[in-house]
Design a protein. Structure first.
Length: 599
């Protein structure tokens, strides 16, 4: 898919700026609270080191008679207070993190949904786009972890290590060098790990999509019955096992490389830890540091190296592992949406397609070629032809769902390519072959097509006209408020019932342009005829586009266009005119009529 930024251009600073802006927008007060808690925790940890030295020096002084017991008690209370404050602030920091995590993650998910609704629908036909969207969902949680990790680095670890470096330098400058030599190797290991796991993410995303698809084919509600009755379960299970094996193989190779790098350089950090202990003992025996300083550093050195290991191995390690997913998250949110205008489109003007060509992403050839077509206001246009001729694709271009690869589609003087999707779909309604079965009530399954302007007063009549017996307690126990999903303690419906609901949903929305894309596949021909008659009545005075394989249903249209493979219009006229031509339409119609007569 077209990308807002090339992969290499999303650096650390750009990543941090984008994520922190989202965290701030999600909830400014909690953002301030969380950052303040982390900073306070870092200061409190540094304070415990000073309190420890003062307390140990006072104890030693009291043991040799240079200090009073009163000083020991006061400094002991200070020591206890410093450690207690550190523990309390640790709990406050964790609480604020948990609250902030859920709030910001919810905000990020909403941003993904918002962006998904704004991008060009044709991108959903592009595997690269689907990969990016899959990566984006994974990257939202990683982005929140990035926020927490970088906050800890900047507000806790950096101040804490800076203080310890100054403190150790004040005692003996050589102690700081040991920390530096312990820190650098492990830091280097995770810089290398970052590239390893970024490459893994690019290879793993399509494999994860395969796993999800094959798992759904094996266990999903929509596939389970068919895969078992056709005997395809074992086949899909084998594909799932192969996909999981490939995915695990990629993860194993990356983990193995990352672990080898980490273990090799982590050993150098351990040597630095031993060096610090050696120098502490040497300086104490030589009388170059006090007993209190030795006790304070000795008590904190384990914490210091543990914090260093946690920072590098856990926080920076996790950060480097997730860089690829975070970049995908930001890249998806920055995909340009075109900035189209929210124009007022005059639906009382004809739809004009001139020289329209269209090719799907990664397709070997065009789906439409050289389409010149005018759909007049109030005209009922039927599009017929063999499978793969481009019927549905043409309808999607005429209403603005897709944009032409070449040529233009206009309504009056307005080119649809320059209008926002909100403007294109205003006053447009459709019923499609691949309708959706929403886990909502019957009422909301209808109202979802026009929550903002829909009229619930027309719903009973609309349901009755489409033979949806909502007052039948056996089928709909709660009437209009019956949940249409067994997963949520509701009822399940047959394919034909769902299709009637989809048709009612399309008719519920007031519109000037109506599209019917083979919505009656699960309905018998007699009822289908009744639906199309109702459709003709509802479409009176409006522009209507019908896509159908059953040519008897096309007879009601004012004009019929016939399409062939390669996406070309080969015939045009009403039913009588096309029958007189003795061409493709006449042959198709005669063949279907003969089939019905045979039955």
């Amino acid at each position: 898919m077209g990308r807002g930024r090339e992969k290499g251009r999303i650096g650390f600073c750009h990543m941090a700026r984008s994520i922190y802006q989202m965290c701030w927008k999600a909830n400014p007060p909690y953002c301030i609270f969380n950052q303040s808690a982390i900073l306070s925790y870092g200061i409190a940890n540094a304070g415990t080191v000073v309190a420890t030295q003062l307390f140990f020096d006072a104890v030693y002084g009291a043991s040799v008679g240079t200090d009073q017991i009163r000083s020991v008690i006061i400094l002991f209370l200070l020591y206890i207070a410093a450690n207690l404050l550190s523990d309390v602030l640790d709990s406050v920091m964790n609480y604020s993190y948990n609250v902030q995590f859920m709030r910001v993650l919810g905000y990020m998910k909403r941003e993904i949904c918002r962006k998904s609704a704004q991008i060009d629908p044709i991108r959903y036909e592009d595997p690269k786009c689907l990969d990016d969207m899959e990566k984006c969902g994974q990257g939202a949680a990683c982005a929140m972890s990035f926020y927490v990790t970088t906050s800890l680095l900047v507000l806790f670890y950096v101040p804490y290590f800076a203080f310890m470096a100054l403190y150790l330098h004040h005692l003996k400058p050589a102690l700081v060098l040991c920390l530096v030599f312990a820190f650098v190797p492990v830091m280097s290991s995770h810089v290398l790990r970052s590239s390893v796991f970024s490459e893994l993410e690019d290879r793993a995303a399509p494999l994860r999509r395969k796993c999800s698809a094959y798992y759904e084919a094996c266990c999903g509600k929509g596939y389970g019955k068919e895969t078992r009755t056709t005997g395809a379960f074992r086949y899909f299970r084998q594909l799932l096992e192969e996909a999981i094996h490939s995915l695990n193989g990629e993860v194993w190779k990356a983990k193995k490389r990352g672990t080898a790098i980490n273990m090799a350089l982590k050993s150098i950090s351990l040597a630095g830890y031993g060096g610090v202990l050696y120098l502490l003992i040497r300086y104490l025996l030589a009388g170059e540091i006090t007993v209190g300083a030795f006790g304070a550093v000795f008590a904190s050195i384990g914490t210091l190296f543990s914090a260093m290991e946690q920072m590098i191995c856990a926080h920076l390690g996790g950060l480097s592992d997730n860089f690829g997913q975070i970049r995908n998250f930001i890249r998806f949110l920055e995909v340009p949406t075109g900035g189209k205008e929210d124009l007022e489109i005059d639906r009382k003007q004809p739809i004009v397609a001139e020289g329209v060509c269209f090719r799907y992403p990664n397709a070997s050839g065009p789906s439409l070629q050289g389409i010149d077509l005018t759909v007049h206001v109030g005209e009922v246009l039927a599009i017929v032809g063999e499978n793969g001729a481009g019927k549905t694709t043409l309808a999607r271009l005429l209403v603005g769902l897709y944009q032409a690869t070449a040529g233009s589609v206009r309504i009056g003087e307005t080119d649809l390519s320059g209008a926002s999707y909100r403007a294109r779909f205003r006053n447009v309604s459709g019923v499609f072959q691949r309708y959706q079965r929403y886990a909502l009530t019957l009422r909301d399954n209808i109202r979802i097509s026009d929550f903002e302007h829909g009229d619930d007063g027309k719903m009973p009549g609309l349901l009755s006209e489409n033979h949806i017996e909502y007052n039948d307690k056996a089928a709909y126990p709660q009437g209009l408020d019956t949940m249409l999903s067994r997963e949520f303690d509701g009822v399940d419906l047959s394919g034909g019932q769902w299709q009637r609901i989809a048709i009612a949903r399309g008719f519920y929305r007031d519109s000037e342009i109506i599209v019917l894309d083979e919505p009656t596949a699960s309905i018998d021909p007699i009822e289908e005829s009744a639906i199309y008659e109702k459709f003709a009545e509802a479409a009176r005075g409006k522009t209507a586009i019908i896509i159908t394989h059953r040519l008897a249903s096309a007879k009601m249209a004012d004009r019929i266009i016939v399409m062939q493979q390669g996406g070309r219009i080969v015939e045009s006229g009403n039913h009588q005119e096309l029958m007189r031509k003795k061409g493709i339409y006449e042959a198709m119609y005669t063949a279907q009529a003969k089939w019905y007569r045979t039955i």
